[in-house]
Design a protein around this ligand. Structure first.
Ligand SMILES: C[S@@+](CC[C@H](N)C(=O)[O-])C[C@H]1O[C@@H](n2cnc3c(N)ncnc32)[C@H](O)[C@@H]1O
Length: 398
């Protein structure tokens, strides 16, 4: 992928940009193989699922810089000044097309870009997500509610200029700190969710929920997990760190487990973000899936206490499901950690699908689960042009 910003030294985020794509993929495969080593070498290495080299990122997180009349949407340079990257080639075409209009909206609504060195101003970030059908969710991260009336007043202009915008919200981040959003969200449109249509499963996305950044690769990831789970055909599944329920809803989708001796598959999704859980429940309701339940909880706490609460909390996700036959885990970069890995090791769980964005913690978590064999592993190139990757492993208890 050629990038003018990279060539001009304005942005160096894509650290692998000067490597041909096949070389990037080969290096990622070697890294995962090296980290898993002999001790976790799978019986089968499945071919890497490769990505489009550009235009694959369904989410833009743009820092607002510059001035009201000439805002920049991009990153900050070393002096804290805005660098405009609205033409960043990683983003989907729909996001690239929308960014100039969103910059014009910053001017129309008189949103003063936040000046990091001076700690002055209102507009910190614009986050944009594009669904597979081309609809957009736009979130303005502001320091306070001060500019909210002007933003509301100009909203009809924005919705006319970009009719593909389905959801607009304001996120409040009053503190001066290096995070991308705050806790409070004010939704300004009738619609509160963006629908991500993936492989026959519609995932509703509320503003503060995590979603995999590469839609095509996410679809491949969920399809691979569903294929592995269907081949095992467990009656009970947990999806820990479930986000908006991508894995859970794919393994609970209509038809999954139909050939099963069980008639249906009981699926429980656990996730700390209340917004993500609300999204997942909405998707399950719309799909008419009655055998999948979601709860906001810490994954480790849920696993280590579910058996104890199963009989005392009727209707709780733990009821009658502890321990399940199969557990899917998809943790943040820190991995599942020693406690949850140790619990899996000691439990009656027979199968684990571990989807990881950090092969270092994948390997250390597998070290803590010596009773499991790695049956198959596959790399998913979720983040081309960067060293980041997703790797998924299927584990069977020996
Ligand atoms: C890599 S994302 C995976 C989300 C989801 N599986 C998907 O495919 O979109 C990790 C998720 O774990 C959640 N999370 C972080 N810490 C957690 C914890 N201690 N317990 C449960 N969920 C957690 C995050 O909010 C995030 O949604």
């Amino acid at each position: 992928m050629q990038c003018d910003y990279f060539d001009a030294g304005l942005c160096r985020s894509c650290t692998l940009l000067d490597r041909p794509y096949p070389v990037q993929v080969a290096e990622k495969e070697v890294r995962v193989r090296d980290l898993l080593g002999e001790r976790h070498a799978p019986a089968a290495w499945l071919p890497t699922l490769t990505s489009l080299e550009s235009g694959f990122r369904n989410k833009a997180k743009m820092v607002v810089g510059g001035t009201i009349d000439e805002p920049t949407l991009g990153i900050l340079d070393g002096r804290g000044q805005g660098v405009d990257l609205r033409g960043c080639g990683l983003h989907t075409a729909g996001i690239q097309e929308a960014l100039p209009t969103l910059a014009a909206f910053v001017t129309r609504a008189r949103l003063l870009p936040y000046d990091v060195p001076k700690r002055r101003g209102e507009a910190k970030y614009v986050h944009v997500t594009e669904s597979p059908s081309g609809e957009l969710m736009v979130r303005f991260v502001l320091r306070s509610e001060q500019a909210l009336p002007r933003l509301r007043a100009e909203l009809p202009w924005l919705l006319e200029a970009l009719p593909q915008v389905a959801v607009v919200s304001v996120n409040l981040l009053p503190e001066h700190k290096a995070v991308l959003e705050g806790a409070d969200e004010i939704v300004l449109t009738d619609r509160e969710t963006l629908t991500m249509q993936l492989g026959g499963v519609d995932l509703e996305l509320r503003p503060q929920s995590f979603f995999q950044t590469n839609t095509a690769i996410a679809a491949g990831l969920y399809a691979q997990a569903a294929e592995w789970v269907d081949a095992i055909d467990p009656a009970t599944v947990w999806d820990l760190y479930c986000g908006v329920g991508g894995f859970a809803l794919h393994v609970a989708r209509p038809g999954a487990g139909r050939t099963s001796r069980h008639g249906h598959r009981e699926v429980v999704g656990i996730e700390t973000s209340e917004e993500a859980v609300a999204s997942a429940r909405g998707s399950a309701r719309r799909a008419g899936l009655e055998h999948v339940r979601f709860a906001a909880d810490d994954a480790t706490r849920f696993a280590t206490t579910a058996s104890a609460t199963a009989s005392t909390e009727p209707g709780s996700p733990g009821t009658g499901t502890a321990p399940p036959e199969l557990v899917i885990v998809n943790p943040p970069r820190r991995g599942i950690g020693a406690t949850l890995a140790g619990w899996l090791e000691e439990s009656d769980v027979e199968h684990v699908v571990y989807s990881s964005c950090n092969p270092v913690t994948l390997a250390s978590d597998l070290d803590a689960m010596p009773s499991f064999d790695v049956v198959a592993t596959r790399v998913f190139d979720m983040f081309p042009q960067t060293p980041h990757l997703e790797a998924m492993a299927l584990l069977h208890r020996r």
